[in-house]
Design a protein around this ligand. Sequence first.
Ligand code: PHE
Ligand code: FE
Length: 293
Amino acid sequence: MNEQPDFHSGINQGVPPVTYGEGSRPPRGDYAKARADYTCEQDYAQYSEADHDTYRRLYARQLQQLPGLACDEFISAVQQLGAPDRIPRFDDISERLMRATGWQIVGVPGLIPEEAFFKLLAERRFPVTDWMRKPEEFDYVVEPDVFHDLFGHVPLLFNPTFADYMQAYGAGGMKASRLDACELLTRLYWYTVEFGLIDTPQGLRAYGAGILSSAGELRHSIESREALRVGFDLQRLMRTRYRIDTYQATYFVIDSFKQLFDATRPDFTPVYEAVRSQPVVEAGAVLAGERVF
Ligand code: PHE
Ligand code: FE
């Protein structure tokens, strides 16, 4: 089994060349075409028939895995991406998204610096990488591509509560930059937007984009007995390191998007202080007395 996760966007660790995990390599996208805010036109002419075919096959593979593993909000919104057999045009999705929640999607050449990313989210603009992975990267690609960004992230932007959370996260990121707290805030993105689970009357379901766009992690995150699933607790989460090169060892479980939004509404300035005064928790470690799923 492929033990590598899908890549994760939004974790933008610096100006290109992007440093990502162990290694550092030049970013793959063409940053020369980007504007000062790092956005670019979706270069639709770049897509070959092979690119559309890769999209179609990825979409089909993920779609058939969703029942019983993905949350209902995701499943009901995924069709908003449009026809599953061609890479969608960002403008078409933006039109629907704007009507639903006031969000837009904008093209980017790939990972972008943290501050530019936060600013776009705060403006209700979600950056979507415009290039498609190569067929030989079907199961694993090290940087976010158009499939991860669209399929993983965009459906929940149609959900009003989640859409508000993403905007608040962007505004919170701009503040975290000033407070030198981006590492802590990034953990929140990682364990919610990328790898979040939600408890429902039917059982645990995934809502994180890194899970939903991954071939293997979707089932792993919900069913594996090796994974630790902990009830959402903001400080506990911000103390917890994460994995970037294998499936997550820890997942955090929310009860509802409303719970997540309410828990993250207060000013984080004292939260960052409190988190810094407590020990870091390794991925996979359980703390005494905590609720696990
Ligand atoms: N309340 C957070 C702060 O003051 C902002 C935020 C909201 C951050 C939602 C993340 C998610 O920094
Ligand atoms: Fe992502």
